[in-house]
Design a protein around this ligand. Structure first.
Ligand code: AMP
Length: 313
């Protein structure tokens, strides 16, 4: 166990944050599902740089997994998570139990609550939660928003850090904080990538070696889009068509190994389909490699999306 960092259950976390709040200390929350990597570490480091007491939550949220998704096999690496959180500068790691967050959920035979949020009080993410990832994963963003609301209220956080890696999630959490007047400042941090450009993700560890190189198709597609934009393309329809062509070439190079879920050019703050392209227009995409689903996104212009060694892309 790392010295200096506190590993807390929900009761311990509540006591620790109550004491911090009465001492006038600001609290930053970094919500995660664990299997921590450099992407998570960048959020923790950002919080430390702001001088806040930094609380990392680790919770694999059953309410955001569909019945055929990877809830059961999602990596749970608590000891390594505490080590990584400590080395990035976190003060506390909080491991909530399912019943802390879902006290009225019915419990199934495996000891897990019934998947999904139906039947318990929950947040409805609304139309922005039904497109893109929400179209492929019905109810996913209801589950995400519900758990984040609970994490916010239990932790008493002043600030919360999220990765741009999950762009749609960031847009929705910002919307929830605004519409429900949560009083939590939601900060978005750049995507951290592997040296070859693959966006870091806890799910990358599912990839077989040959899938690992095929997965670079997502980053190549982003680079292709940014190059076209830099060369003067300003029509979303034309660029989307070109991107789908490039993607089909990627799929033929890896027959049956790669399948597009969606690829779209969107307005960054509303996720409405873009028409005229601008530097902030976001390319968002998701693809399956076998049964592993990966997502990525980037703005068409502005800062680099290339690899970095842990400090942010
Ligand atoms: P997760 O554990 O996958 O739910 O992610 C927890 C937080 O870390 C979310 O806000 C993610 O957007 C963020 N995150 C995950 N991967 C990355 C990455 N490669 N770069 C930056 N943030 C990330």
């Amino acid at each position: 166990m790392s010295a200096g960092i506190r590993r807390l259950d929900t009761v311990g976390m509540r006591a620790a944050t109550a004491a911090l709040v009465s001492a006038g200390t600001r609290i930053s929350l970094v919500p995660t599902m664990g299997a921590l990597h450099e992407g998570h570490a960048s959020l923790i480091r950002r919080s430390r740089a702001d001088g806040h007491a930094t609380l990392v939550s680790v919770f694999v949220n059953p309410a955001q997994f569909g019945p055929t998704e990877d809830f059961g096999r999602y990596p749970r690496t608590h000891e390594a998570d505490v080590e990584l959180a400590a080395s990035a500068g976190a003060d506390m790691v909080w491991f909530p139990e399912v019943h802390d967050l879902y006290p009225s959920a019915s419990v199934g035979v495996a000891g897990t609550p019934r998947l999904g949020v139906a039947g318990t009080m929950h947040v409805c993410a609304g139309p922005t939660g039904e497109v893109l990832c929400g179209a492929s994963r019905p109810g996913f963003f209801d589950g995400v928003c519900t758990v984040v609301l609970k994490l916010f209220s239990l932790s008493r956080a002043h600030v919360a850090h999220f990765g741009e890696k999950d762009w749609q999630q960031l847009v929705l959490i910002r919307q929830m904080a605004r519409e429900f007047h949560l009083g939590v400042v939601v900060r978005g941090e750049p995507i951290v990538r592997e040296p070859d450009g693959l966006a870091m993700s806890s799910r990358n560890r599912y990839l077989q070696p040959e899938q690992r190189s095929t997965a670079l198709a997502l980053h190549r597609t982003i680079e292709f889009a940014r190059a076209r934009f830099a060369a003067g393309e300003r029509s979303a329809a034309r660029l989307e068509e070109a991107l789908l062509g490039a993607w089909r070439a990627e799929e033929s190079a890896a027959p049956r190994a790669l399948r597009l879920d969606y690829l779209s050019l969107r307005e960054p703050d509303t996720l409405m389909p873009a028409e005229q392209l601008a530097p902030a227009t976001r390319l968002v995409l998701a693809a399956y490699l076998g049964d592993v689903r990966l997502i990525d996104n980037a703005p068409l212009g502005g800062g680099s999306t290339s690899a970095s060694e842990g400090g942010g892309a």
